[in-house]
Design a protein around this ligand. Structure first.
Ligand code: H79
Length: 415
């Protein structure tokens, strides 16, 4: 948990047969703003047809080095990739289901093995996303709130499904080296079911004691879990409508799409700007949370230039400003409209994201500030203090800076 809290910034990758469809099925389009990896559900694609479509998965331009290098260049420290999404297709060489990228497609390679090796080489932690929900497996029965119209038999053996899931998890935890952890999703499809959660969590912790369990079940944390993650929301904000407002004591994470879809959606042009993305990273850190920022690579294994550009720009930013993010905890002042604060040791970082004036008044930070300087350039910042707080006089500066970071050295450490 300590490394997770320290590292702050990760790359999410959604990649599977849905990437081939890119948001379109038989002339129907997933609306802009919706999730293209959900296409099977949206258009009720029968398992039979989806399976045949998946045979075309052949990402001949996939290059693990390029993906991991890109994450690294952005300043990301860990990577989460879909090993199996809701469509049930294994993006690795599963031995318990032939419906996997090695046995089912002409590609024949195991991209997750290549990624795992490359992450190991480049010092990036790797998580596997695993969907507990499955729109393909016949034993996912009784069904939950989705996957109702894929043409499966109206019967099945739930415990056999859970055995299958544990078998796949065992493969992922034994054949791919040390993992950062498992990132679960989809339990919300059948919240009342017996998921044998404690058995599965114990299995994971037995196979890899340091693998973190990150459950995206939209509930307060349950025993055995190691991180609380929030989908498309800062902790507690719940603008998405399905996240919990309960914030527990575990490390926190916010997952975020770069446009409006997790999986590749060719017509979604609504990419967040670099400035917005920096704002999310800073506001996440100010809320004590990591940012897990998603890309949806194309089916051939290439990444859209819009994503590459943004990641490279984020890398330029983290190269200078990363010291105000990595290894910090939330600062003494809760996030505000103007920005957020982080803290490491005696230093409080005041992130001014959105403030037009030179004078910025802060409430008390609970300690005396002895010096204020701009992080970039080291310019002194004017400061007056009273019991009610601190007023900073920011330098008149280029307002195209996405985040003006003031470093406040406090006297708590008597320096
Ligand atoms: O993998 C990405 C998405 O495909 C997946 N999670 C991210 C990381 C995702 N699944 N669902 N959602 C995102 C949106 C959640 C919708 C829900 Fe519901 C609303 C779940 C519970 C309430 C749909 C409607 C399922 C049940 C009712």
């Amino acid at each position: 948990m300590a490394w997770f809290r320290h590292d702050k910034f990760g790359m999410f990758i959604h990649w599977g047969p849905y990437s081939l469809l890119a948001g379109e099925w038989k002339g129907q389009r997933v609306p802009v703003g919706s999730e293209a990896e959900w296409i099977m559900e949206r258009f009720n694609i029968p398992v039979k047809e989806y399976r045949e479509m998946a045979r075309r998965m052949n990402p001949v331009n996939f290059n693990a080095d390029q993906w991991v290098s890109l994450a690294k260049a952005a300043g990301m420290k860990y990577l989460v990739i879909t090993a199996k999404h809701h469509d049930g297709f294994a993006m690795y060489h599963s031995r318990v289901s032939e419906y996997n990228i090695v046995d089912w497609t002409p590609f024949k390679r195991d991209p997750l093995k290549e990624l795992a090796d490359e992450c190991q080489r480049q010092g990036i932690k790797l998580f596997f996303y695993y969907s507990q929900l499955d729109w393909h497996h016949p034993d996912y029965w009784p069904r939950g709130s989705t996957g109702l119209k894929t043409g499966r038999p109206e019967s099945g053996d739930w415990n056999r499904y859970l055995d299958f899931m544990d078998a796949e998890l065992t493969e992922l935890l034994t054949h791919y080296g040390p993992l950062g952890g498992i990132w679960f999703d989809g339990m919300w499809d059948k919240p009342a079911a017996n998921w044998r959660l404690q058995e599965t969590y114990a299995l994971i912790h037995r196979l890899q004691p340091s693998a973190l369990i990150v459950p995206n079940h939209h509930q307060a944390p349950l025993p055995g879990e190691d991180v609380q993650t929030f989908e498309q929301d800062l902790p507690g904000a719940n603008t998405a409508g399905f996240n919990t407002k309960v914030i527990g004591a575990l490390p926190l994470e916010t997952s975020l799409t770069m446009n409006n879809s997790w999986g590749f959606n060719i017509t979604d042009r609504k990419f967040k700007s670099v400035r917005e993305l920096i704002g999310y990273l800073v506001r996440a850190a100010g809320n004590d949370a990591n940012l897990l920022l998603n890309i949806g690579p194309r089916p051939d294994g290439t990444i859209q230039p819009e994503a590459i550009e943004r990641l490279r720009e984020l890398g330029k930013w983290t190269a200078t400003y990363g010291t105000s993010i990595y290894g910090t905890r939330k600062g003494p002042i809760p996030p505000r409209d103007w920005g957020a604060t982080t803290r490491r040791g005696d230093t409080v970082f005041v992130h001014v994201l959105n403030w037009p004036d030179r004078a910025l008044s802060l409430p008390s930070i609970g300690a005396r500030a002895v010096r204020a300087t701009m992080l970039a350039g080291g310019q002194a910042v004017g400061m007056t203090q009273s019991d009610s707080g601190i007023t900073l006089t920011l330098p008149a500066s280029a307002s195209d800076e996405p985040d003006r970071v003031v470093m406040l050295l406090t006297s708590t450490g008597s320096r």
